[in-house]
Design a protein around this ligand. Structure first.
Ligand SMILES: *Cc1c(COP(=O)(O)O)cnc(C)c1O
Length: 393
């Protein structure tokens, strides 16, 4: 008789073990150099171990501390690492919210599959984050200072003692939170179009998974762009120079289509798997479809929502013909930020001049902020209940 394969324990946030810090860290002041450094993590972190023989271990909330992993750990040699970028928002009603956290859970599971790391029930991610924020929320995002947020970084790495090239037999999930400066100070971004020798992602590759492996090789061009006074790279792909993404954000264009006579909100499609399926991107598209597609809003003409491949040449041509209304990026880190300028070789394409306003970007940003900070009740907001009493460690 064959024996029944044992079911290994799944990731279960409800078993979480909590160890509180006895040495609370200083909370950086808004706008301080400490906050700008993106390096002052909150008092606690979540860790969960996994092994192929014993499944998911008991999750822990513990004082923020260094990790201990063997030098053979898979992530250090074979880039078995994926992550998420999210924010926790302190609402104007004093409540703490996450924005569409189940989408992040689903995407982390998708990314982890691409690099042979273990899966879990996507909703467990939001429950683990909730446990962390129940403890760190009150001190790091005080209720009497609404309109602020913490950046949350869930990360999954391949671990283990075997150096051979193979699917990792051990993994570690951890979640850290860090105060982050408000990106909305930026009026508009300057982008530098990438050159053919630097390609972020390609069909059949892994550009659609949120992997550290997408970032390391892109930092050289990013660094060159920053040194030349630009904020981000505009990643082009292929001989026809398709516009894919800008830095770690998705790219949107509002233009008047001369052929159809319609105003369009255009962004690159997901089906080629070259771009990252941004949750902000998806939300922009859904809001535009439901609120901007049929009627005029606040002086903004209705737009047709279009996901299709479009090229640098099309953008340049439309710009020369005066058909571009505005362009903006979307993502958790930079949120919704208009694009001021794109440099493509010798050509400077100015999309926003001094004192000008990107009206569609501003409207969509206002709608999203209303949901994130609780000014509008919406199913995309997940309220974190059960925060510790104020300032108690
Ligand atoms: C994370 C990320 C985005 C934005 O995704 P959001 O879910 O909107 O934060 C866009 N592009 C890349 C390459 C990313 O890594």
């Amino acid at each position: 008789m064959g024996s029944i394969a044992p079911t290994l324990p799944e990731l279960d946030a409800s078993f979480i073990k909590v160890t509180r810090t006895t040495t609370p860290r200083e909370v950086p002041l808004p706008g301080s150099p400490e906050e700008l450094s993106h390096s002052h993590c909150t008092d606690h972190m979540v860790t969960v171990r996994w092994t192929s023989s014993a499944g998911w271990d008991t999750p822990e909330v513990k004082p923020f501390q260094n990790l201990s992993i063997p030098p053979t750990a898979s992530c250090l040699h074979y880039a078995t690492e994926c992550f998420e970028g999210m924010k926790a928002y302190r609402g104007y009603d004093g409540k703490l919210r996450l924005f569409r956290p189940d989408c992040n859970g689903e995407r982390l599971v998708m990314s982890s599959q691409r690099i042979s790391l273990p899966g879990f029930k996507p909703e467990e991610l939001k429950l683990l984050i909730a446990k962390l924020l129940q403890i760190d929320g009150p001190r790091w995002l005080p209720k009497d200072r609404p309109g602020r947020f913490l950046y949350i970084r869930p990360t999954l790495i391949g671990n283990g003692t075997q150096l051979g090239v193979q699917v990792p037999k051990e993994a570690l999930l951890f979640i850290i939170a860090v105060p982050w400066p408000d990106p909305s100070q930026k009026i508009g971004l300057k982008l530098l179009a990438s050159r053919p020798e630097t390609i972020r992602a390609w069909p059949g590759g892994f550009g659609s998974a949120k992997l550290g492996a997408n970032y390391g090789p892109s930092l050289q061009f990013h660094g060159q762009a920053q040194a030349a006074g630009f904020d981000q790279a505009l990643w082009l792909f292929g001989p026809d120079r398709q516009i894919t993404e800008a830095g770690a954000s998705n790219f949107f264009l509002v233009w008047d289509n001369k052929t159809t006579g319609k105003r369009e909100l255009v962004t690159a499609p997901l089906d080629t798997q070259i771009i990252l399926p941004g949750i902000t991107r998806r939300s922009v598209l859904e809001l535009a479809l439901s609120r901007l597609a049929t009627k005029q809003v606040g002086g903004l003409a209705p737009v047709e929502v279009v996901e299709r491949t479009f090229t640098m040449d099309e953008l340049t041509q439309a710009w020369k013909e005066g058909c571009i209304v505005e362009a903006f990026v979307s993502g958790t880190a930079f949120f919704i930020t208009p694009i001021m300028l794109i440099r493509d070789g010798d050509l400077d394409i100015t999309l926003l001049s001094e004192g000008e306003r990107a009206g569609y970007a501003a409207q969509i940003k206002t709608w999203l902020e209303a949901i994130m900070y609780g000014r509008e009740e919406h199913e995309w907001a997940y309220v974190i209940e059960g925060e510790s009493e104020k300032n108690i460690i």
